[in-house]
Structures are given as structure tokens and as C-alpha cells.
Design a binder for this molecule. Structure first.
Ligand code: PMP
Length: 438
């Protein structure tokens, strides 16, 4: 048995070992990166995989009869199974490559805009197309990429958005499910599994059950969930899942939309072009089966190579073990802010410690009346990268009656030492603004 001190050293040395996979740290030895919710740093295996594609293959996929094209096609296609495993998706699920969570949600929204009655066998609420008076349920804490596409769709269909209220602690109020929403024609519910501001890991069960009972479609924005504990369809049996590769250390401009193949088979495409067709005549085009139907044009081949490496890296025992300890750093960061007299947004330290609210390593805060942009700029002078602003969540800011926050977000490679340096830097900022601080 390891003693507590040995265990701590053990996990600290594991993180140091993990950091050696990230070239970022040798190029920026003095930088403390606390903005992984915006994008995660990229480990060497991801960079190698991208380079491998461009250096050793570099060819297009699907249409080539030569072996290099077949090899690249094989990696591109078999990566879908890697993603299926990552999401614990069953075999009858299809994996569509997109540009990211934003494109995944737009693709789905535009497709649902055009579908007529074909979805009725799968979702009873869809016996008529999305139209006047229909309801799309979102929450006040959604990222703009899970709001704006739906607003565009409601403008085109005269349907309406119902925003579930968010509580002060960042959790979602589900009381409308048994109240206002009970008798309304809900066709879509789209919610984030983890908030990119409060870090709350939302309990989606009631919302999923409500959608099932209504015959509505349930969509999960898993952009933050995949890098904070992971997203499992076994725990949250949604109908569609969207996420971005860059948040788990993959390349930018690659993401996933996952859904059941038979459901996707009745959805119209989002974009038209090469690769997504079976036959084109002057009169009409017949579309290819999913996933190809939704992947018009030359796909992001190098990005898929990189995404595969990111998922494989993240599922290594080393990364899984470190990820399982994220809560230690999360509470440490919260304690620091609290000790310095700052305001934490989202669940309180007590709620997190007592496991009343599950929170990922995303900590939004303010230091009294000091503008978060000032906090961010002054931290930058000390080589500490954090994010400030509304975090693409203006509805959440409105609900909480604030305009902006500072945000520290953590990933596998962050350490307690980095948080202690953050504490010291924040202390200096407070002093600069004339606050009396120990
Ligand atoms: N949803 C959430 C919860 C996010 O945090 C983000 C990115 N900040 C997005 C959606 C959008 O992701 P992307 O910009 O990669 O499309």
C-alpha cells in the first residue's frame, strides 16, 4: 500500500511524465496554460499522426484505386470505430466528421429544418415537420453554438425556443418538465453535458426521459464533457452527440456528430458536393448513405488522423488515471479564489466537496470590482493564460446579472505548483488594486 505522501508524489510524477508528451512546454517553459476549455494543448502523438499523413501519404481518400489512397481511406474510415468506442456508442450508430461542435449542431439543425415526416417512425413528436408553435428546449447556460443555430431555425419555421432556467449554482431547473413544458409540442431538446462557464456536469437523466416520453429528439453538446471525465452514451442515452477534436488535444477544424444510422438515413444532407452522392442526373441527385451523405467534398483527412491519435492518447491508462483526479485541482483552484476573497460563479465549494453538484475543472470567478479583462491582462504579464469575457454564454451572464468573468480551466497537464503560482499572481493583482491581502 502506498502512503498518502507516496501517492501524491506518485501522481505528481505521473503528471510530469505526461507533460513530456506536450512540445508546448519545452517551447514555452515559463507559461502556465489555464485555458484548456477554449482549446487543449496538443500532445506529440497527435502532431506525429498529422505529420504522418502529410509526409507519408498526402493523398485523397475514397476515390483512389491505388494502394496509398486505400491506406489513407482505411485509417479515415476505421477511426469511426475509435470514436464509437470513445462515446460507448453501439454498432448501429454512425460517426460523421464535421468541423467541430458548432458545425455538428448547425448540420443537424439545418437537416431537421428540411425533414418532413420521415422521422415519425423514430420520434412520435415528428409526425409533422418542424413548424409553427413547435418547441425547441435549450437552457440559459448553453454556449452560443447551441443557441444561435436554433434561433435561425425558429425564424424559418415559426417554432419557438424554451429556455430552461439556470440556477445561481449553475445547475438546470427541471421543474418546467412537469409544469409549463408538460403539454407543449416539444420536438427537440439540446443541452450541454458540461457547462463551459460553471463547469457543472449536468444531470441529464430527467431531460432525456422527458424527451423519450414526448417522442422528441435529445441532442447533447459534449464539447466540454469529452475532456472532463468523458461522455458515455451508456450513462446518457441521447439521440445525437456533438463534440470538437481540439478540446481533447486533437487538431482544430475536426469534430463529430454521432447518431443512429437508421435515423441519419432519413435525414436530408446539409451540404451538397462530391462524395455525398450515389448518382447525379440533370434532373436530380440521389444521396449516399450516412455518414458520407453528410461529408460533402474532400474531407479533413489529416485532421481525422490527428483526432484518432488524440482519442487513443486520452484513453491511455496514464491519462485516465490523471483525469480521475481532476477534482483535486478543481477544489484547490476554488479554495484559492475563495481565500483571496474572490467571487466564484457556479456551485459553491461546499456543494462540490459534498458531491451535491458535480463540477469539472472549469472555474469562473471575479476578484471584487476588478474587471476580468484587467485580471487576464495582468496575469498574462506573468505568463499565465486564462480566459475572460462572456465565454460565448451571454444568456448565462444575463441570468446571473453579470457581464463577464475570469475563467481558469484545467486539463491533464496542469499541476498544483501552477495553481500556487496563479495564487501568488492573483495576490499581486489584488495588492496593485489596493486590496489589503495577507
Ligand atoms: N459547446 C461548448 C460547451 C463549448 O465549450 C464550445 C467551445 N467553447 C462549443 C460548444 C463550440 O465548440 P467549437 O467552437 O469547437 O465548435
Amino acid at each position: 500500500m502506498l502512503t498518502t505522501t507516496q501517492e501524491k508524489t506518485h501522481s505528481a510524477s505521473r503528471v510530469q511524465h505526461l507533460r513530456s508528451y506536450y512540445p508546448f512546454f519545452s517551447h514555452n517553459p515559463n507559461t502556465i496554460y489555464l485555458d484548456s476549455a477554449a482549446t487543449a494543448l496538443k500532445p506529440k502523438p497527435v502532431l506525429d499522426a498529422i505529420l504522418d499523413y502529410y509526409e507519408t501519404k498526402s493523398v485523397n481518400i475514397h476515390r483512389g484505386v491505388y494502394s496509398l489512397s486505400a491506406q489513407a481511406t482505411e485509417i479515415y474510415e476505421s477511426t469511426r470505430q475509435v470514436i464509437r468506442n470513445f462515446l460507448h456508442a453501439p454498432e448501429n450508430w454512425e460517426i460523421i466528421y464535421t468541423r467541430g461542435t458548432t458545425t455538428s449542431i448547425n448540420l443537424l439543425a439545418y437537416s431537421l429544418l428540411r425533414v418532413k415526416k420521415e422521422l415519425a417512425p423514430f420520434f412520435s413528436a415528428w409526425h409533422t415537420p418542424l413548424g409553427k408553435g413547435d418547441i425547441i428546449v435549450l437552457s440559459e447556460s448553453e454556449h452560443h453554438s447551441n443557441i444561435v443555430p436554433w434561433q435561425i431555425i425558429t425564424e424559418l419555421t415559426q417554432s419557438h425556443i424554451y429556455f430552461l432556467p439556470v440556477r445561481k449554482n449553475g445547475t438546470l431547473d427541471d421543474s418546467p418538465l412537469a409544469g409549463e413544458l408538460k403539454n407543449l409540442p416539444v420536438k427537440i431538446i439540446s443541452l450541454a453535458a458540461v457547462s463551459n462557464v460553471s463547469g457543472v456536469v449536468h444531470d441529464l437523466k430527467n431531460f432525456i426521459e422527458f424527451a423519450k416520453n414526448k417522442g422528441a429528439i435529445f441532442i447533447v453538446d459534449a464539447a466540454q464533457a469529452v475532456c472532463h471525465g468523458g461522455f458515455s452514451l451508456r450513462d446518457n442515452p441521447a439521440d445525437f452527440v456533438a463534440f470538437s477534436g481540439h478540446k481533447i488535444g486533437g487538431p482544430t477544424a475536426i469534430g463529430i456528430l454521432a447518431g443512429r444510422k437508421d435515423v441519419l438515413s432519413v435525414l436530408p444532407p446539409f451540404e451538397g458536393g462530391g462524395d455525398m452522392i450515389l448518382q447525379v442526373t440533370k434532373e436530380k441527385t440521389t444521396y449516399n448513405e450516412p455518414p458520407h451523405r453528410f461529408e460533402a467534398g474532400t474531407p479533413p483527412i489529416g485532421e481525422v488522423f490527428g483526432l484518432r491519435a488524440a482519442v487513443e492518447f486520452l484513453t491511455l491508462p496514464l491519462c485516465r488515471e490523471i483525469m480521475a483526479q481532476e477534482s483535486e485541482l478543481t477544489t484547490m483552484a476554488m479554495e484559492i479564489i475563495q481565500e483571496l476573497g474572490g467571487t466564484l460563479y457556479g456551485p459553491s465549494l461546499d456543494e462540490v466537496n459534498s458531491a451535491k453538484v458535480k463540477k469539472a475543472g472549469i472555474i469562473a470567478f471575479n476578484l471584487g470590482k476588478i474587471h476580468p479583462n484587467d485580471v487576464g491582462t495582468l496575469l498574462d504579464e506573468q505568463n499565465i493564460c486564462i480566459r475572460t469575457g462572456h465565454h460565448c454564454c451571454q444568456l448565462l451572464m444575463q441570468a446571473w446579472q453579470i457581464s463577464a468573468t475570469a475563467r481558469v480551466s484545467l486539463f491533464l497537464y496542469n499541476t498544483k505548483e501552477e495553481l500556487l503560482l496563479l495564487k501568488e499572481a492573483l495576490r499581486q493583482i489584488l495588492r496593485l488594486f489596493g486590496k489589503k491581502i495577507q
